[in-house]
Every structure is written in C-alpha cells, then in structure tokens.
Design a protein around this ligand. Structure first.
Ligand SMILES: Nc1ncnc2c1ncn2[C@@H]1O[C@H](COP(=O)(O)OP(=O)(O)OP(=O)(O)O)[C@@H](O)[C@H]1O
Length: 448
C-alpha cells in the first residue's frame, strides 16, 4: 500500500504565490493488500474524497491518520466484520463530527472491490481563507521524516518561533505506521489544476447520486443571462437585488445568526423558463449547479453526507419537487427539510437551494411554510414585455407595426415564452414573416 502526498498549485486559492493541496491516497486495492498495484494507473482519477475542513486541533488529525491506517488494515484483514470494526475504531480515534464521514467513505471503498482513492487536503480553507489545520499537521509530521541529506526549503513560521522543514518537490518519503509501509510523495505536476482550469471555463451541472459519487458532471453551455431572460422587468430587478444581497451578505448573515444560504421556490408551467432562470442565476453568481438524486437516500447520515459534500458557491436544484417527493417519500423529504432548517444547515456557506414545480398547489404545505423558502418566484406565461425581450433576442427587433397585435393576443391567450421563442426562431431572416407566423399561432390558440 502506498499513500501519496502531492503538493500542487491550486488555482482556486488566492493566497500567497504557491498555495498547495495534499493528496493522500492508496495505490493498491484495499481488499487485496499485497497484490501488485498497476504502476501506470494514476491515483488522481480515482475516488476523490474532500476532507471536510477542520475546526479541531491538529492533534486530532494526527490521531485521525493513525485511525485511518488502522481502519485500512482492518478492512484488508476481515471484510466481514468491517462495519463493527469501523465504528469501534472511529469512536476511538476520529473526531466525533467526522466519524460518519470516514465510515461512509471506507464502506464506499470496500463496496468497490477494485477501489483506489485519494484524500484531498487543501492548504487553505475555501470558506475562511485560513490555513487548514490538517494540512499543517501533515506537513509538520513530514518535516520530521525528510531525508536530512537533501538541501531543502525551511519555512520560518511567523509568530511561532519555529522552523518547519518541508518536502522538496518530487521527493518521496517511505514511512511506516504500525507495520504498514506507506509512501508520501510531493509533486507540483497536477492533473487537478487542469481540471480546475476546465471547471473555471464554464457553467457546470453536477449530478450526484445517493452514494454521493459525483456520477456525472456536464459543462452546460447555457448562456442565459438576466439580459436575455424574458420576464417582467420588476421581477427581474427583484431577483437580481435579492441575489446581490445574498452574495454580499456574509457579514449580515453572521450578524443575524443565520446560515448563509437562500432558498428559492420557482414555479410555473412547462416552458415558462424555470431552468433558464436557474442557469441565469448560476451565470450571474458564477456558481455551479448541483442536481441531486435523492431517490436512493435511506438514512440521515447519507443525506447529510451528500449535502455536506456540496462546496460553497453552489446551487442545489430539486426539480419538479412535487413529483420528486412521490419518488423519495415522506421520510427523505422531512430529512431534507430538517437539514435545511437545522444545525447542519450552518455547515458550508453561500449555498442556494432551488425547488421547482409546475404547480404550486401540488406542493406539500411544509415546503411553503414561512421561513423555509426565502422567495417564491412565479414564472408566468409570456407577457408583452417578455415577448419584446424575446423579439430582441431572436430577431434583434425593438419595435414593429405588428407588435400591437401580438400584445392584444398575449392578453387573451396563454402561451409560454418557449412557445413564442419557438415561433420566432422559425423565420428569423424575415422579421415580418416571423411575426405573422407567431400571430397565426396565437390566433389558432385562441380558437382552441
Ligand atoms: N422566460 C424565458 N426567457 C427566455 N427564454 C425562455 C424563457 N422561457 C423559456 N425560454 C426558452 O424556452 C426553452 C425552454 O425553457 P425552460 O426549459 O427554461 O422552461 P422550464 O419552465 O424549465 O420547462 P420545464 O418545466 O418543462 O423544465 C429555453 O431553453 C429557452 O430557450
């Protein structure tokens, strides 16, 4: 078994010149200790585990590492008794708030027989921009293991009057813990930094399953912005102001003692732009969208793990919640609400929850309870001002003699923005023809 300790540039961080990230991983399937690992397989692409950021003293983490090695060994020795072993060892060694997390991860690894995995430890905590204690603990520990014959970097820690000797790049350290040989490696080469660059290049939709594997990540090319979204201008203004207040609200939320999160209920018929609004919000805030599959969630800790795994600056979407609720059942639903309202909601910051539904009447009143959803957004059928926005988007048209007729028709017929956009797109080279076709379409609807 080998652990990898990788140091790498982290373009997410804004601190100093070389913020780092540690990777601690196995290169051997845990259930087959002693078998030959494939040296060509990079551990970077395997199960990735982001350690929840620290609030404990460094010594807890050293204990966690020790426990981790023991857990790994117990898994390798006896898979059948692993559940019990994990719980006992976790009780003994792992800080309480991380126990479920560790156990969940270990079980995941065991289920996946050919598993390799990595634990990622960032040098800086994303939310508070302070140095991560676990990172420091490992770095200090490795400082005692380095090969003294090498010339190396010595860090003088401000305020601490201590010298920290750190590993050189690409240096390997063979270590042993309780009979298990481990290898630490430090490197600046980073597949992860390429990944991060890719992440930064577009709006991403992450689909997370109940085992909170990030099962699929799709880069969505949805350029919808508040400039192009066709809704009533007052509503647009209200949503944008709300998002601005939320984004700048760190101090405010802290002062009033509330978790820095916001819930939106977006409702309206199919084609009124609910998904477009979500894409628009994500583009505006530069957040990623997480589409979470809750159908297989069957315990509190599983749900907690999924939700705690969500990074800050994320939008968690529960689409067609009335239907989803039928699939996931009452229990999961109330677990979700409890999470959102309860103490756990304070873990993680800058999170937006969006629930959508085609019919607000089909929703459980508990979701509509005051204080649960901060804002209810009704996506209406196409109004005249929404039509003008669509005409501008699709035909670059600000005014036309046929607008009057379209306005009259939209007052008496329910047409969604998607329907109107569809008609406008058909003859985009001839604007008059395009409007005439739209008018014919709306007139036909009035007769239905
Ligand atoms: N308000 C809108 N502004 C601009 N374009 C819109 C709007 N509503 C719908 N569209 C257009 O119609 C398409 C479909 O809309 P969208 O998927 O956002 O509707 P929806 O309400 O989420 O529908 P569903 O409930 O069926 O998922 C969008 O890709 C967009 O091109």
């Amino acid at each position: 078994m080998a652990f990898f300790y990788m140091k790498m540039m982290n373009s997410e961080c804004t601190h100093g010149s070389n913020p780092s990230r540690l990777f601690l991983g196995t290169s051997t399937p845990l259930n087959s200790l002693g078998s030959n690992p494939n040296p060509n397989r990079s551990p970077i692409n395997k199960n990735r585990v982001q350690i929840p950021h620290a609030s404990h003293r460094a010594s807890s983490y050293v204990a966690s590492f020790a426990a981790f090695a023991m857990l790994t060994r117990s898994v390798a020795n006896d898979v059948l008794t692993v559940g019990k072993e994990l719980r006992t060892l976790a009780d003994e060694f792992i800080p309480r708030e991380y126990q479920d997390y560790y156990i969940h991860e270990m079980k995941k690894i065991i289920r996946n027989k050919d598993s390799e995995f990595i634990i990622v430890i960032d040098e800086y905590q994303a939310q508070s921009n302070t140095t991560d204690e676990m990172y420091q603990a490992v770095e200090t520990y490795l400082g005692t293991k380095v090969n003294e014959s090498c010339i190396r970097k010595v860090n003088v820690c401000k305020n601490k009057e201590t010298l920290a000797i750190t590993m050189n790049e690409d240096e390997e350290i063979i270590d042993e813990y309780d009979g298990i040989q481990v290898k630490w490696r430090s490197t600046t080469k980073t597949e992860r930094s390429d990944e991060i660059k890719a992440e930064e290049s577009g709006l991403k939709l992450h689909m997370i399953d109940a085992d909170y594997h990030e099962s699929k990540t799709v880069i969505i090319d949805n350029p919808m912005t508040f400039k192009t979204l066709a809704i009533e201008p007052e509503l647009k203004k209200m949503i944008m102001e709300d998002l601005n207040n939320f984004k700048d609200g760190k101090e405010y939320y802290r002062r009033i003692g509330k978790a820095w999160k916001r819930g939106y209920l977006v409702y309206g018929s199919s084609g009124t732009g609910k998904s477009s609004l979500i894409a628009c919000m994500a583009n505006y805030l530069n957040y990623n969208i997480y589409d979470i599959d809750l159908t297989d969630v069957d315990s509190d800790s599983q749900l907690k793990n999924i939700l705690l795994e969500m990074p800050s600056k994320s939008i968690l979407v529960f689409e067609d919640f009335d239907q989803l609720k039928n699939q996931i059942g009452e229990k999961t639903c109330s677990r979700l609400f409890n999470f959102m309202d309860g103490i756990w909601s304070c873990c993680g910051e800058e999170r937006i929850f969006i629930f959508t539904t085609k019919s607000i009447n089909a929703l459980d009143p508990t979701l509509l309870r005051p204080g649960r959803m901060d804002m209810h957004i009704h996506m209406s059928y196409c109004t005249f001002s929404a039509f003008k926005q669509l005409a501008f988007n699709y035909l670059e048209l600000e005014d036309h003699r046929l607008f009057k007729r379209v306005e009259e028709l939209l007052q008496s017929v329910n047409a969604t923005p998607a329907e109107v956009a569809g008609e406008l797109m058909k003859y985009k080279k001839d604007v008059t023809m395009s409007l005439e076709k739209l008018i014919a379409y709306l007139e036909k609807k009035t007769r239905l």
